[in-house]
Design a protein. Structure first.
Length: 209
């Protein structure tokens, strides 16, 4: 309940500030290329997901704007390995409601650079395991991961005609996705610490008016 209240208040404050000024409302959606930073397991690779939601841009002046967003984002990672002649595929899916608050700088009229914080609320986490193309396991694992996720957002947007835009963004995870920060050992030597954080590249298109 506390986590719900924090996300709700964070969103209300962002929208209230925008309501008080001249603004632009819009929609956006696109593709995620998600993974974990930290210790990389054998066969780990990026997972393709989606992002979609609403934005509210406040132009402070000709060069600077402030933009809160509310987005659905599917994240996680995948593993593909061959073991004892079996092809094993494991996918970890995270479903987040993300609330980035980005500050935009327009070096030229149709290009903006973006930076800002993001808070994410984990709706659900699930894991699916396939062996030789057949599903052998699927489980809801939401309780194994932290409810809130904090990231830093960096991006670039090209503003086209008639309110259309295309953007690229990188979300750098600042908080661990779980509490399982443990040591990995090899031949009785410490080689790494498992400190998994979200890492997401996004490509989106949208429309604002």
């Amino acid at each position: 309940m506390k986590a719900h209240i924090q996300v709700f208040v964070f969103t209300l404050i962002s929208i209230a500030v925008a309501e008080a000024q001249e603004n632009r409302i819009g929609v956006k959606g696109g593709i995620n290329f998600a993974n974990f930073t930290g210790y990389q397991q054998i066969g780990q690779q990026a997972k393709i997901g989606i992002n979609a939601g609403l934005l509210y841009e406040l132009r402070l002046n000709d060069k600077i704007s402030f933009q809160p967003e509310v987005l659905y984002s599917s994240q996680g990672t995948e593993y593909r390995i061959n073991e004892n002649q079996f092809k094993i595929f494991r996918k970890t899916n995270f479903s987040y409601i993300n609330v980035p608050v980005v500050f935009r700088y327009y070096p030229i009229e149709f290009i903006s650079l973006e930076v800002g914080p993001q808070i994410g609320y984990l709706i659900e986490a699930n894991e699916k395991i396939d062996v030789d193309g057949e599903s052998v396991s699927k489980a809801i694992i939401t309780d194994d991961y932290k409810t809130l996720d904090f990231s830093a957002v960096f991006g670039l947007t090209a503003h086209l005609k008639m309110g259309l835009f295309i953007s690229g963004r990188y979300n750098l995870g600042l908080s661990l996705v779980d509490d399982k920060s443990f040591i990995v050992r090899e031949e009785n030597k410490i080689i790494s610490v498992m400190d998994r954080k979200n890492s997401v590249f996004q490509i989106s298109v949208g429309y604002s008016l």
